[in-house]
Write a protein that binds this ligand. Structure first.
Ligand code: PEP
Ligand code: MN
Length: 337
């Protein structure tokens, strides 16, 4: 952190600030010019709020040189993290694909989709049981019964399962049943939920909020990690922009950015970014090309009649073709699939 004092600040005032920071455990490097005095604060400032310094009348400005997150920061953990999801590694050299319908609807639907995505090479099965819908009149999910159907389809096809949690009171039901707990875009900053998930050791798939900056997103991962649960996987799923042709705008640049800032694995959900099935394929390829550790893709056996997100769901045959094409891109960028 760098503190620039106002021109003409009396020496005793900059000394006072320096001593106070030293007493807080920081090493202070002082550079003095004709007009300006600059304090370079060395040490872990991730838990330090720079606003505390700006209230000092003699301070011109304060600049951070490191990020406010610590456990998720690559600076303190240079190697890529690999999260083990019930035997499936996410991160590292491996490219992992999660597939399944937006919502769990029937036993037949889940078993059909599970068997087909497994045959195409998906490593995990997704399906929503508790759905965060924009309208309270839309299908809200099959809830506990949905979890049972997902669990059964996963077990039958030897696929670990991924599903979204919306509130902390459901954690007990999810733990031991769900292999990867998804925190959806709308709950990315549900800090009480994040804190409670931090007390478990279940892997968490943390989707980026609709209007969240990269730093806010990583700070949400930090919430989970600060509680002791370091098994966090980030998922870019498109953000709100002025463009309304697509449902959201896939922020492809977020993938290398997050990889630079953090050691956590980053997955991409091209389905919710695009909102249209025909755009899922090119976006999935782009994501792999720029270094995503995996993809989450919505697949439905009967998208025309899906209860949620049919327009962005791939039919099993298309998913199969996409998986074959992704293998070629994965090879070029040095990933195993
Ligand atoms: C989902 O994955 O079904 C979902 C609702 O995604 P998001 O939170 O990204 O909108
Ligand atoms: Mn969906």
């Amino acid at each position: 952190m760098i503190i620039v004092m106002k021109p003409g600040t009396p020496d005793h005032e900059s000394d006072r600030l320096r001593i106070s920071l030293e007493q807080q455990g920081f090493y202070i490097n002082v550079s003095k010019g004709l007009n300006y005095c600059i304090l370079g604060v060395v040490g872990d400032t991730s838990t330090f709020d720079p606003k505390r310094i700006t209230v000092n009348d003699y301070v011109e400005k304060v600049m951070r040189v490191t990020e406010p997150f610590k456990r998720a920061n690559r600076l303190f953990h240079p190697e890529d993290s690999v999260v083990d999801v019930s035997g499936v590694p996410i991160g590292g050299k491996k490219l992992t694909v999660i597939a399944g319908p937006c919502s769990i609807e029937t036993e037949e639907q889940m078993n059909t989709v599970a068997a087909s995505v497994k045959a195409s090479g998906a490593a995990l099965l997704r399906g929503g049981a508790f759905k965060p819908r924009t309208s309270p009149y839309s299908f809200q999910g099959l809830k506990e019964h949905g979890l049972d159907l997902l669990e059964q389809a996963g077990a039958q096809n030897n696929l670990p399962i991924v599903t979204e949690i919306m509130s902390a009171d459901k954690i007990e039901k999810f733990v031991g049943k769900v292999d990867l707990i998804q925190v959806g875009a709308r709950n990315m900053q549900n800090f009480e939920l994040l804190k409670e998930l931090g007390r478990t050791n279940v892997p968490i798939l943390l989707k980026r909020g609709l209007s969240a900056t990269i730093e806010e997103w990583i700070m949400s991962a930090e919430y989970i990690m600060a509680g002791g649960n370091e098994n966090v996987i980030l998922c870019e799923r498109g953000i709100r922009t002025f463009e309304n042709y697509t449902r959201n705008t896939l922020d492809v640049s977020a993938i290398p950015a997050v990889k630079k800032l953090s050691h956590l694995p980053v997955m991409v959900d091209p389905s919710h970014a695009a909102g249209m099935w025909w755009m899922v394929e090119p976006l999935a390829k782009a994501a792999v090309a720029v270094g995503a550790d995996g993809l989450m893709i919505e697949v439905h056996n009967d998208p025309e009649n899906a209860l949620c997100d049919g327009a962005q769901s791939l039919k099993p045959e298309r998913f199969q073709r996409l998986m074959e094409e992704l293998r070629a891109i994965a090879r070029i960028v040095g990933r195993d699939m």
